[in-house]
Design a binder for this molecule. Structure first.
Ligand SMILES: Nc1ncnc2c1ncn2[C@@H]1O[C@H](COP(=O)(O)OP(=O)(O)OP(=O)(O)O)[C@@H](O)[C@H]1O
Ligand SMILES: [Mg+2]
Length: 314
């Protein structure tokens, strides 16, 4: 794909795209403007960044997240089954934490949601992952478009090391948008959305790798926000950060959920309790239980959950 080509459409056999789903959900049957690019369905035409307010909160035109539902999800590395038939819903515009001991399949599960799992040689997934009612494993769905709709932030901040702060955020936009003139505006909006603008507005041409760890992680969040995902997956996003940087990310998560649905893997029980509306507890590739965070921590239904959240194992 050249930079000038429109992004591929996330569609299924009957031709319904994610943008169609969104319009049906939020009641707008009209295209956004008469601009030839902007008036095409959003997921075909590429991103349109609503300008968020300075603190990144959701303005009138803010995007909304989509619900994700796993149905009988199984994930394999070769013949080894590491996610063993999970049914779980991530509600729209909520934060869901996934907790569980090391090796229980948390990362594997989240990587199935945006089809990153299948990038591992020999790995495959079975079952369904529904974005609203669109199966991201459907036969005509475009994988690149899935990954744009479902962004990912990793444990270790991974800005493109040789790129400037600006280019790190603009990278995804350059690949997917035909419009150049408002690139700067979109980069600024994404950086504001990630709570980083004030800190980097004078340093946009400096290498992204020169920022602090916490700033780099927010840069990665800005990079994923720039292409306007509906869902963001965060796999232990704070595990390499100090408590101050961690707090900033947690505050940001709280703001971002107004715009996107968030799934966060964490080993930190306090973090799950602070940021998550709902929590899911996994053990040995299976879901033990999921529910409102407070319930999972104070009155879980399964004794294994209680043992885990009270630190008796894991
Ligand atoms: N690329 C891979 N090839 C083969 N097996 C893998 C691969 N990645 C993970 N696994 C295995 O799948 C299982 C689940 O791993 P996963 O990384 O999903 O666990 P996790 O819950 O995220 O653990 P942690 O908390 O340590 O990050 C583990 O047994 C792991 O060894
Ligand atoms: Mg992991």
């Amino acid at each position: 794909m050249t930079p000038e080509q429109p992004a591929p459409k996330l569609s299924r056999v009957d031709g319904e795209s994610v943008s169609d789903l969104e319009r049906r959900k939020h009641g707008s049957g009209q295209p956004d403007s008469q601009d030839p690019v902007e008036s095409a369905p959003r997921r075909i035409a590429g991103p349109r960044v609503d300008t968020p307010s300075a603190n990144g909160d959701a303005g009138a035109g803010a995007r909304r997240g989509l619900a994700v539902r796993l149905e009988g999800l199984r994930a394999f590395y070769g013949r080894a089954e590491q996610v063993k038939g999970i049914d779980l819903e991530f509600r729209a515009n909520e934060v869901t934490a996934i907790i569980g001991p090391s090796g229980c399949g948390k990362s594997t599960l989240v990587r199935c949601i945006n089809r990153m799992h299948e990038e591992v040689p020999g790995a495959h997934a079975e079952g369904r992952v529904l974005l609203e009612d669109l199966d991201v494993y459907g036969p005509s769905v475009d994988v690149v478009a899935v990954r744009r709709a479902v962004g990912m932030v990793f444990q270790k901040p991974n800005p493109f090391p040789t790129m400037s702060v600006f280019d790190n955020v603009a990278a995804g936009l350059r690949l997917t948008s035909r419009r150049r003139r408002d690139l700067h505006e979109r980069v600024e909006a994404a950086l504001r959305g990630a709570g980083l603008w004030e800190e980097v507005s004078e340093r946009l041409d400096e290498p992204g790798a020169g920022l602090s760890g916490g700033q780099q992680q927010r840069l990665c969040i800005a990079r994923s926000l720039a292409v306007e995902p509906e869902v963001i997956l965060m796999d232990e996003p704070c595990s390499a950060l100090d408590p101050v940087a961690t707090l900033k990310i947690e505050e940001l998560i709280d703001e971002l959920k107004q715009r996107v649905t968030i799934v966060i893997v964490t080993h930190n029980m306090q973090q799950a309790a602070r940021v998550a509306d709902r929590t899911a507890f996994m053990l040995d590739g299976q879901l033990v239980e999921a529910g409102p965070t407070q319930e999972i921590f104070t009155n879980p239904g399964d004794p294994r959950t209680e043992e885990y959240v009270t630190g008796k194992f894991g």
